[in-house]
Design a protein around this ligand. Structure first.
Ligand SMILES: Cc1cc2nc3c(=O)[nH]c(=O)nc-3n(C[C@H](O)[C@H](O)[C@H](O)COP(=O)(O)OP(=O)(O)OC[C@H]3O[C@@H](n4cnc5c(N)ncnc54)[C@H](O)[C@@H]3O)c2cc1C
Length: 485
């Protein structure tokens, strides 16, 4: 069927954009990374839930794949001539409702982290969010949702109270609780509905179009922040002081649940005394009173470290700005992917080697915006949330160090070099865990185009994901990692 026929087949309330031979990707869709992007079959913007089922039917009848899109930050999502790009930016999918009595928030499938942070923050509440404002909330949850409050509350998927979606197909011979085309699932769902709920918690791509999610919500006042602001501290070290930076960071591990220490490798911005110089930033965020923060991080005030740092400052940040520092990383440009590892323990030597690998890679012409983030948290709550039998699709609850490097390059031909660097980088930091016989685990939210899933899910999980998709997406109208790139 010619692409233009989709316009006639869908309700007139749907906005449908069919690329022409003169269209460019930039005019058609905007995504964080251009890796694996080609012009889609069509971009469909449904105005309401009623527009989604006809789009699924059209896709299924024409052997097309639907990719629901929100933040566009999924660097592992291939888009091409067989893709219906389902843009969930209409106001219908942007609703946010806080229920203070039930201590929960329900938000639409098109909500970004920023939307939720602002709406809840204005009312003195918060929920689990990623560290980037531009990331779609549902997209982050589908892979687990890890963030700065892992230490206090655990993962986002541990706080899902319900998920509503339009599945890509309805199972035959199975009774379902679908109402008006929408299936609402909770941790208490049973049988096949429990099966799909579990998979949605960590391996949720390609099962349907999620129209809303309900998460636990918490009062900001429960954190006892000083002046209701987040205590933060930042130390910036030159490359020559990488050992001091790593040793200070390591001295804070394992952090108390309220502390989130993060190491960042980046090139100095143009405003710095030596623009483009490789730098190491240690960022500390404390979700509690400032006096406790200073006590817990007292090493970061010691002369031994501050004398080696070119910057050492503390600041109180307004709640709505807690993700603002990561804003430059949200830029939609170039080709980028993230290579990741969840580690139980890392050694100083491994991190220093990784730094050297990143420094060499980011020195290549056109790769200077490549960066590395090494987050860390207390694993107690993440482990406790698993309960006796962990039914969620997230391995690595015992790992409190998350290492992620993001090569950022300018042409598709850079992919091979980025793959080589990314692999070398994660190998550097996995040394101690491998010696201790621990399996490699990587993050579902950072799957790499062309990569396998063996570092993300166990064998039994992969079988269950496939089985559940067979039940709820018989025609494979959805796309999930593992379907091919
Ligand atoms: C700069 C940056 C920072 C990040 N920080 C974090 C972080 O702190 N914590 C974390 O956990 N992850 C983080 N991520 C990873 C991020 O969570 C994933 O890339 C996620 O897939 C992005 O979702 P999206 O909506 O922005 O992207 P999209 O590309 O729009 O969607 C990603 C995937 O989710 C699916 N999807 C999205 N919405 C729906 C829906 N309503 N129904 C069905 N399917 C849907 C899409 O079809 C696609 O397969 C970060 C990524 C980047 C690039």
């Amino acid at each position: 069927m010619a692409s233009a026929d989709i316009i006639n087949a869908l309700p007139s309330t749907c906005k449908v954009k069919v690329p022409s031979s003169s269209s460019t990707i930039e005019d058609t869709i905007s995504r964080w990374s251009s890796t694996a992007l080609a012009l889609p079959y069509a971009v469909v913007t449904p105005a309401s839930i009623a527009d989604i089922q006809p789009t699924i039917e059209f896709a299924s009848a024409n052997k097309l794949k639907i990719i629901p899109a929100v933040g566009g930050h999924g660097s592992f999502v291939p888009v091409g001539p067989q893709t219906i790009y389902l843009d969930l930016t209409a106001s219908e999918f942007k609703k946010i409702v806080l229920d203070e009595e039930k201590e929960e928030v329900t938000f639409g499938g098109g909500v970004l982290t920023r939307d939720l942070l602002e709406v809840l923050g204005d009312r003195g509440w918060y929920t689990l969010i990623p560290n980037s404002n531009a990331v779609g909330m549902v997209g982050a949850l589908l892979g687990g949702l890890s963030g700065g409050m892992n230490g206090i509350h655990g993962l986002g998927i541990d706080h899902i109270r319900s998920i509503s979606l339009i599945p890509f197909s309805t199972p035959s011979g199975v009774e379902t609780s679908i109402k008006d085309g929408v299936l609402t699932l909770t941790p208490d769902s049973t049988d096949e509905e429990k099966g799909i709920f579990n998979v949605l918690c960590g391996a949720g791509h390609g099962l349907g179009v999620i129209t809303s999610v309900t998460l636990s919500a918490f009062r900001i006042s429960s954190l006892n922040l000083t002046d209701n602001k987040l205590w933060t501290r930042r130390l910036i070290f030159p490359a020559s002081q990488v050992s001091a930076a790593v040793s200070l960071w390591k001295s804070l591990l394992p952090p108390p649940p309220t502390l989130a220490p993060t190491l960042i490798f980046m090139r100095a911005p143009p405003t710095f005394p030596v623009p483009r110089a490789p730098i190491i930033m240690l960022g500390l965020s404390y979700f509690g009173p400032a006096s406790d923060a200073e006590a817990v991080t007292k090493k970061s005030f010691e002369e031994e470290y501050t004398s080696q740092a070119s910057v050492a400052v503390s600041a109180a940040v307004e709640w709505k700005d807690i993700n603002s520092a990561s804003e430059p990383l949200n830029a939609h440009s170039g080709f980028k992917e993230s290579y990741s590892a969840f580690c139980a323990e890392v050694d100083t030597e491994g991190v220093e080697k990784a730094f050297a690998a990143w420094e060499a890679y980011s020195d290549i012409v056109g790769c200077g915006r490549s960066y590395t983030v090494i987050g860390s948290w207390n694993t107690k709550q993440v482990l406790a949330n698993a309960g006796e039998k962990d039914e969620k699709f997230f391995l690595g609850r015992d790992r409190g160090v998350f290492v992620q490097t993001t090569p950022w390059y300018h042409t598709p031909s850079g992919k091979e070099g980025a793959d080589t660097f990314g692999k070398e980088f994660v190998d550097c930091v996995r040394g101690l865990d491998r010696k201790a016989g621990k399996k490699d685990w990587a993050f579902a939210n950072n799957i790499v185009i062309g990569g396998g899933l063996e570092d993300v899910y166990g064998e039994d999980m992969l079988k269950e994901i496939d089985r559940v998709r067979g039940v709820w997406d018989k025609e494979r109208t959805g796309w999930a990692p593992g379907d091919g790139w």
